[in-house]
Unconditional design. Sequence first.
Length: 256
Amino acid sequence: MVHALEIEGLVKEYRRGQPVLKGINLSIAGSGVTAIIGPSGTGKSTLLRCINRLIDPTQGAIWFTAEGRRTDLSKLRGRDLRACRRQIGMVFQEYNLVERLTVMENLLTGRLGYVSAWDAWRRKFPPQDIQRAFELLETVGLGDFANQRADALSGGQRQRVGIARALMQRPQVLLADEPTSSLDPKTSVEIMSLLREQGRAQGIPVIVNIHDVELARRFADRLVGMSGGQVVYDGDAAGLSDAKLKQIYGGEDWLS
């Protein structure tokens, strides 16, 4: 089986001697939804941000396979890092849209890594990028919102724009950091469904850091439970027993 990501002995310390990630080992296949669950502060977001190098790992390797090439992301710098990062889409908890720009302009920022600095400054993009942006807006249910400012959208609409922007990169893997934490239950289901559908449609793996265990069980092909900066469960929804949940989260009151 080809793995899109192979994480080996990943350690992250924000303060020396106090690791947030304690030697994470994970292999992510080239398809399917992987949900990372666990209590706040256990390193879920740190793990995703190490993968796309928004933060630098302290130790370990992050092997990324795309277009037949296998690269250790943890060792990349400068131009090589930017080139690899283009292939890793990211959906953020707080959307990370440019509020004063239109929906279309926000989508096209997903192509900034593919155009010259001069063209980026002029917001000049190839016709095929503009066409794809319109197609993605239809895909995420926002076909009539191209010229709407981002700050006029609801939370669910903003997250749909965030997903479309990530897909504009034509990524080889899609990361989502708490994509439903600010949304109501109905919209959360719609966003998770959209992430799963687009992972399948694009033929890429989706890795979601999520607090809602039931959403994770419903939409993920694989669940990774973290506690104290370590992986304590790795399997499917059927194997996630109350005993395992107690090991991940601690205590029993919240299970009732």
